[in-house]
Design a protein around this ligand. Structure first.
Ligand code: PSV
Ligand code: MN
Length: 403
């Protein structure tokens, strides 16, 4: 069993208050992480990949069953419809011990959005985009979701193509109209991205623009940080600390990247970066004296790794890195800062990051009635083989995926 690493039992490594905080860390799983996906060069298909929303819910439920940390599955408005509508979706989730999480409108696939959605020069396209956003608010209400995640693919490819300030104003008007239509229980999280699919300018390119749009939209709009949506070298923990202090940090899309929006497994490329982000959150929570109201979501779709394994690996990695961040002695860190002891301050971070928390987390899971090693439990459960034997014939008969 390749993943069965025997680790020393070391529950004492993590203090009780840190384990309690970890137990409150809920991580939302994306429905789109379980279906066959690819790059723009093509798809590599997996026998066990989900075909229907019910398959996706089954997979999400498997992740939650083994980790105890993922009670919600995010849906994409156009990719996750059920014949029976919202009530069927809610019932299907509930039957598996899940809830529907964030609702993600889709303003990037329809042909009418070639030159933008809410920023299109054509008022009828702008209205179609707003109508879809309003439908997404209704869908969110119907599935009892409190979060609308707005990511726009809007942008231009060439200098001169768009009037940037006019597009900004259209985007502001649209987001405010949608915000006004949301019930008071709902929040809007605005996601930024510097490029792709547009390659000259993106209408919501960075956190500052997202924050400006959010403030203009209304009090229940905040910023969502997708870890892959930064230019190389960006100090993401700085953004986290800044937005948290402004009360404008609404959520995360976890993933990792080396070059661009690579959607790799969180922490697979630069775990120290993820750790530093969690330290920024721990510091903000310490100052506030309570948990920050942040939605922690995964936004990954894997081409090479088995999808459920990748999702479990991500959840466990997030827990490990959050646990390490909780180990930072914030009082000692502040004392070092007050003496301008730069070396000691950094050493507090390095010490926490270097602490092996894996054994302690195995004990913690076992004590909560969960598998000590969720990945091992998944592999021994035979879920993947059963899913493949159920789904492969359906794929073949649907004619599309398998030759
Ligand atoms: C865009 O790159 C994005 O990060 C948005 O969150 C979308 O909803 C998601 O990816 C689609 O995969
Ligand atoms: Mn995202």
């Amino acid at each position: 069993m390749p993943y069965l690493v025997v680790m020393p039992s070391s529950c004492s490594v993590i203090p009780v208050h840190a384990l309690a905080r970890l137990a409150r860390l809920e991580i939302e799983i994306p429905s789109w992480g379980f279906a066959d996906t690819g790059t723009r060069f093509g798809k590599f298909l997996q026998d066990a990949a989900a075909l229907t929303i019910h398959d996706k819910l089954d997979d999400a439920a498997q992740v939650h069953r083994l980790t105890g940390a993922c009670p919600r599955m995010a849906v994409h408005a156009l990719w996750d419809s059920t014949p029976g509508g919202a009530s069927e979706l809610v019932a299907a989730a509930r039957a598996r011990g899940l809830r529907i999480g964030s609702v993600n409108p889709n303003l990037f696939e329809s042909q009418c959005y070639r030159f933008g959605s809410v920023t299109n020069e054509d008022p009828s396209v702008r209205r179609a985009a707003i109508t879809h956003l309003l439908h997404s608010v209704e869908l969110a209400q119907a599935v009892d979701s409190r979060t609308l995640v707005v990511w726009l693919a809007d942008g231009t490819n060439y200098p001169g193509q768009g009037h940037i300030a006019r597009r900004k104003r259209w985007c502001m008007e649209a987001l405010r109209e949608v915000h006004d239509a949301m019930p008071s229980s709902m929040q809007m999280l605005i996601e930024y991205k510097p490029f792709e699919p547009a390659f000259y300018h993106t209408d919501i390119a960075d956190w500052g623009m997202a924050q400006t749009f959010a403030k203009h939209a209304g009090p229940r709009a905040k910023v969502l940080i997708d870890m892959g949506h930064h230019l190389p070298g960006q100090n993401v923990e700085h953004i986290v600390a800044f937005l948290a202090d402004e009360g404008m940090l609404g959520g995360f899309h976890f993933n990792d990247s080396h070059y661009a929006d690579d959607d790799l497994t969180t922490g697979s490329i630069d775990p120290y970066r993820v750790f530093r982000i969690f330290v920024a959150i721990c510091e903000a929570e310490h100052a506030l004296g309570r948990d920050l109201p942040i939605e922690y979501m995964i936004d990954q779709s894997h081409n090479l790794k088995p999808k459920i394994e990748a999702m479990i690996q991500t959840v466990v990695t997030v827990q490990e890195l959050f646990a390490k961040a909780l180990l930072v002695d914030l009082a000692a860190l502040d004392a070092a800062r007050s003496k301008h002891d730069v070396v000691a301050a950094e050493e507090f971070l390095k010490h926490a990051f270097a602490t092996d928390v894996r054994g302690a987390l195995c004990d913690w899971r076992a004590a909560r009635g969960l598998p000590a090693q969720p990945l091992v439990a998944h592999r021994t459960s035979n879920y993947e083989a059963r899913a493949a034997s159920d789904r492969l014939p359906r794929k073949s008969s649907s004619g599309g995926s398998y030759a």
